[in-house]
Design a protein around this ligand. Structure first.
Ligand code: 6GU
Length: 273
């Protein structure tokens, strides 16, 4: 996969040199190219923003530097053999970034990130590129960052770990919270490792039992418990067919019951958690 990032803060992307993404780059599984947007300005002050038409607070990023930058980045990429670019524009007004979208992006050969600072990029830039290539406007959550650079780091890491051969253990993403499959749509419960006792705290007996069925059941119950506590919306949304008889017993203890449509909702009685 090839990744280009055009930004006014190239150093902000330095973390892409380390950890999983850094290793993927070193192994040649990922090519990352960071570009300074100000290289495509022509005035003495390297101006990239201006006041918004219609008034209001803040500044808007200008069309011309972005247009020239993206044209050149796209042309250079094609010249080095890249194909199938998609433009990813991190913005708090984008669609939510989910594991599903990470999987979709990980199947693309070439991502071009255009993170904005200030109040955003002049709309005409995305409108223009949308005529040539898919454009994804993506938000990483319901809060406001000063710019999209942190979102580029988040999205790149979520996508890179899905690339073939990037994770050491091929099975490591099977049980991910939000991964499609066995534990779909439940948060993962707690995990433990040696020593067996630390500051007077032991580990749950069942994990030492060697009884795989009981361990799987315990993990599932912990996942249901944690999901009920932190993400009740996931239980409300879940396909009830995903819950077996034991799950239903656990959900009942946690204060959930199936409604008329079979989907689970809170009962009046909900345990303290
Ligand atoms: Cl992608 N950008 C900014 N500036 N704020 C955000 C965001 C992105 N996602 C959530 N908040």
């Amino acid at each position: 996969m090839r990744i280009d990032v055009v930004t006014i803060f190239p150093e902000y992307l330095n973390p892409l040199d380390v950890s999983l993404v850094g290793k993927a780059r070193a192994r040649g599984q990922l090519g990352v190219h960071v570009h300074d947007l100000r290289n495509w300005t022509h005035d003495r002050h390297h101006t990239v923003d201006d006041t918004p038409y219609g008034g209001g607070p803040g500044m808007v990023m200008k069309t011309e530097p972005w247009g020239e930058a993206l044209d050149e980045v796209v042309a250079d990429g094609f010249e080095s053999g890249a194909h199938g670019p998609v433009l990813v524009v991190p913005t708090p007004s984008g669609r939510p970034f989910t594991q599903e979208l990470a999987v979709e992006l990980s199947a693309r050969p070439w991502l071009i990130f255009a993170p904005a600072r200030y109040e955003g990029i002049d709309r005409r830039v995305t409108d223009e590129y949308a005529t040539r290539t898919p454009v994804y406007e993506v938000s990483i959550g319901d809060y406001v960052l000063a710019g999209g650079e942190a979102a580029v780091l988040v999205i790149t890491e979520a996508v890179a770990r899905l690339l073939p051969g990037v994770l050491g253990n091929a099975e490591s993403h099977r049980d991910d919270s939000f991964a499609p499959g066995a534990m779909a749509d439940l948060l993962e419960g707690p995990v433990y490792t040696k020593p067996p006792e630390w500051r007077g705290r032991g580990i749950p007996e069942v994990l030492l039992s060697g009884h795989h069925g009981k361990i799987a059941r315990w993990r599932r119950d912990e996942a249901l418990h944690r999901t009920s506590l932190h993400r009740p919306d996931l239980i409300e949304r879940a396909d009830p067919a995903a819950f077996d008889k034991k799950d239903r017993e656990t959900l009942s203890i946690l204060g959930w019951a199936p409604g008329a449509d079979g989907r689970f909702g809170r009962t009046a009685y909900t345990v303290e958690q």
